[in-house]
Structure formats: structure tokens, C-alpha cells
Ligand binder design. Structure first.
Ligand SMILES: [Fe+2]
Length: 95
């Protein structure tokens, strides 16, 4: 759920946050967000490398798309973070 949903779905609002900091000439905050974007990009790449292997190891019965959709639904229904819920709902509509 973390790499394919929470982190992957977060880039749009993180890029918006970065642009807001740049617009307000708050370069220290912009740099912090940029660092976070780079860090999460690596995590998403690890997820794309390892999730299939973990699904096989734990004998998940369906394809990756099914697992991602299930995780996204859980996030939409249970996250206490409104940004996470909104991003997951937007990604669901786009998929
Ligand atoms: Fe991460």
C-alpha cells in the first residue's frame, strides 16, 4: 500500500506544495519538499521492483492492479489524512 498507493499518489500535491513555496520565495521549504519528492521517488521505485516478488511470496491471488485497487479503497475509507484520501480518490477516478 505504501509504495504503490500512498507514496505514488502523493506526487501531485507534493509538486503543488513545492510550487507554492517557490511562488512565495520560501526556498528553504521548497528545498525540503523537493528532497521529500526525491526520497519518495526512490521508495516508489523500490516498490515497483519488490511488490511482485512479495505478492508471489505471500501468494496474493490476483494481479498487481487488483491489489493496488484494494489498497486504495482501504485508504479512501480509513485514512485520517484528507490529502491522502483526496489523492487516492483522484487516482481511482484516473485508473
Ligand atoms: Fe517513502
Amino acid at each position: 500500500m505504501l509504495t504503490h498507493v500512498i507514496e505514488a499518489d502523493s506526487f501531485k500535491y507534493k509538486h503543488q506544495t513545492y510550487q507554492e513555496h517557490v511562488k512565495h520565495e520560501d526556498m528553504e521549504s521548497a528545498e525540503a519538499v523537493l528532497y521529500d519528492i526525491m526520497d519518495e521517488t526512490m521508495h516508489v521505485r523500490y516498490g515497483h521492483k519488490w511488490t511482485a516478488k512479495l505478492m508471489e511470496r505471500y501468494q496474493y491471488p490476483g494481479p498487481l492492479e487488483q491489489l493496488v485497487a484494494e489498497c486504495r479503497e482501504i485508504l479512501i475509507n480509513h485514512s485520517i489524512n484528507p490529502l491522502q484520501r483526496a489523492s487516492a480518490e483522484q487516482a481511482k477516478r484516473s485508473s
